[in-house]
Design a binder for this molecule. Structure first.
Ligand code: SF4
Length: 242
């Protein structure tokens, strides 16, 4: 087994539920991490994570809650779609304010109608990874990239149990792309899809498992400039294509 997979599996087993740092705002971050009591906040934030910086996207639910003075899903479900559009546009919450306001509104209605206000039903009772991803894809505006990322964070960081992890792909960000290329797993001109399929080849049972190892290595050793190969924990298996 490749060291990068071993490392990912070790981290997955040894860590308890982690507090995830999504945004610098403490209140917003606490709410995003309160997945047992406020699961809809996590879902709404995932859906906003499109074509803008993650920090800006993940804070949007909190900004909406401040504007409407509630984060309760039943109260949010009573707000008219046009009010969301107006507030998104007035406060310039997103790059695509009208579309994202409609997605935000539709997500609340979907959680109300399909899950009886309880978004945790998306991942409750040990569903398969494919089912969780499918349920995310049912939300308006949710593509495979968001659906996979959402399932991956649920499994690896929130420690939500699934019956399998086959469908949870890696979510390649700049750290992951850099490490995969320098290690020689993919060629230098590879795109996101190629990295996703290489991760599937490396560990089909849970391709997304190497997210954490690549991320850790990318942050600690394999920095964009001056990679610290001498101290890197995977230096023996790395082709060091820099
Ligand atoms: S050995 Fe060097 S090039 Fe390879 S992953 Fe580590 S820091 Fe990056």
């Amino acid at each position: 087994m490749e060291k990068i997979v071993e490392l990912g599996l070790e981290r997955f087993k040894e860590q308890n539920r982690q507090k995830v740092h999504f945004v610098n705002d403490k209140t917003a971050n606490n709410l995003l991490n309160d997945i047992d009591n406020n699961p809809h906040v996590y879902v709404l934030a995932c859906l906003m994570d499109r074509q803008i910086k993650a920090e800006k996207a993940w804070i949007i639910p909190q900004k909406i809650f401040d504007i409407f003075t509630t984060n309760e899903i039943d109260k949010l479900s009573e707000i008219d779609k046009n009010n969301f559009v107006e507030e998104f546009e007035n406060n310039k919450l997103h790059r695509f304010n009208k579309d994202m306001a409609e997605i935000f509104y539709a997500a609340i209605q979907h959680i109300k109608n399909k899950y009886n206000y309880d978004a945790s039903k998306i991942w409750k009772d040990k569903p398969s990874s494919a089912l969780v991803i499918y349920r995310f894809l049912e939300f308006k505006g949710c593509g495979i990239k968001i659906a996979t990322m959402a399932a991956n964070i649920l499994a690896r960081q929130y420690k939500i149990e699934f019956s399998d992890y086959y469908s949870i792909d890696i979510s390649p960000d700049t750290h992951i792309m850099r490490v995969m290329k320098r290690m020689g797993y993919v060629s230098n001109d590879s795109n996101r899809e190629m990295v996703i399929y290489k991760a599937r080849e490396l560990y089909p049972k849970f391709p997304g498992i190497i997210d954490s190892s690549c991320w850790e290595i990318g942050r600690q050793f394999c920095k964009p400039k001056n990679p610290d190969c001498d101290n890197c924990i995977i230096k023996e298996q790395c082709k060091k294509i820099i």
